[in-house]
Design a protein around this ligand. Structure first.
Ligand code: ZN
Length: 374
């Protein structure tokens, strides 16, 4: 209403990313384009980090091969990075919801929740609250997503598995929203871990057996990890909110208290058709080096690779996630638009006799209705 909206991308000097972003209202926005935005960031342990995996197949240590040899270093798995980033966004969305004034609350209830209801979504309450349930919650494997509403920003950006339990218009179809934020594993540049392994923590069911059913790595404070993410097909508010969620991340562990405090620093972003680097390559180039040196090296390296540097303090200052008319309002606009396109696609799919790939969306009266006006 105030009219003057902040142009966060321009403020950050990231206006060049615009051609690689999708727009709200684009009828084809649920279909991918071959564009990606790479983000390189550092995760620094501010306290002891407890990296724990249960079950086989996931590792917390990996070997970094570099010109001078090989080194075993801690690694943060992509699933972990994604889980904590989406949790952070969810938290920010809750804070946005809780700070709404009457007018904005009405907007959310009418224009978002009401629209979601019209679109057939079932988890619609005026007190919006999307939740991530622990895996295997109640009804077997699909129960993972049961608490998710399927239309909010964190569902539409980070993905959800939806059935008619979530949306009455889905019929027998299961719709998987794929994540549009994909992480590399984040590799530490140094082997800074405590030698002890705590396999007999008396917590959780698994440890009760007395067996080492999970492995633990205690990473020392100050350890720096190099991470990279690829963001695909995001709209402008989605991009900024995702960067902001990443930059405001403060915890990695599920366990509260002394473990898991981190600081995240985004170093640069780059848009293009192809990936220009990997977290592994960047970590290997910096094997054995500490924070200051890693940061300096990476800045130079990223510049050569064509990345645009990101000023984290500017990013934090440019976004006010509690502003009722700020970025998070646009984020909501973006997600309900995505949800609408998805439901329309499902309806076409059902009406069109299941043509298979679903690649083509028949555009009948498809006028992209611009929802950007105030
Ligand atoms: Zn949701």
């Amino acid at each position: 209403m105030s009219g003057e909206k902040r142009d966060v991308l321009a403020e950050l000097g990231l206006g060049d990313l615009r051609p690689y972003l999708r727009s709200i209202g684009d009828k084809d926005r649920i279909f991918p384009k071959a564009h990606r935005i790479e983000v390189v960031f550092l995760v620094r342990a501010a306290n002891y980090l407890l990296l724990r995996t249960e079950g086989a197949g996931t590792i917390n240590m990996t070997t970094l091969e570099y010109s001078g040899g090989a080194m075993e270093v801690p690694v943060i798995q992509p699933q972990k990075l994604m889980a904590v980033t989406r949790r952070q966004m969810l938290q920010l969305l809750r804070e946005y919801r809780d700070s709404l004034d009457e007018v904005s609350k009405r907007w959310l209830v009418q224009e978002v929740i009401g629209k979601a209801k019209d679109l057939g979504f079932k988890k619609v309450s005026e007190e919006w609250n999307c939740t991530i349930q622990p895996p295997l919650a109640e009804f077997g494997e699909k129960a993972t997503d049961i608490g998710m509403d399927g239309f909010c920003p964190h569902c539409t950006i980070f993905g959800a598995a939806l059935t008619e339990q979530h949306n009455e218009k889905f019929g027998g179809l299961s719709i998987g929203i794929k994540t549009r934020v994909r992480f590399d594993p984040a590799f530490a540049t140094q082997r800074r871990i405590t030698p002890e392994t705590h396999n007999k923590v008396t917590e959780g069911h698994l440890s009760m057996t007395g067996q080492a059913l999970f492995s633990e790595v205690h990473v020392e404070p100050g350890t720096v990890f190099i991470g990279r993410a690829e963001l695909v097909d995001l709209t402008e508010p989605e991009l900024v909110a995702t960067l902001y969620s990443l930059a405001t991340l403060r915890e990695l562990g599920g366990r509260s208290g002394i473990y898991g405090t981190v600081r995240v620093e985004i170093l640069g972003v780059k848009a293009g058709k192809y990936a220009s680097t990997t977290a592994y390559d960047l970590a290997a180039e910096n094997a054995g080096k500490g924070y200051e040196e890693v940061k300096k090296n990476l800045k130079e390296r990223l510049e050569k690779l064509g990345f645009t540097p990101v000023d984290n303090s500017k990013l934090l200052a440019a976004v006010d996630h509690k502003d009722p008319n700020g970025l998070f309002k646009d984020l909501w606009r973006s997600s309900i638009d995505f949800a609408e396109k998805m439901v329309k696609w499902v309806e076409e799919l059902k009406g069109g006799g299941q043509k298979g790939s679903g690649k083509k969306s028949r555009s009948k009266k498809a006028e992209p209705e611009e929802s950007e006006e105030e």
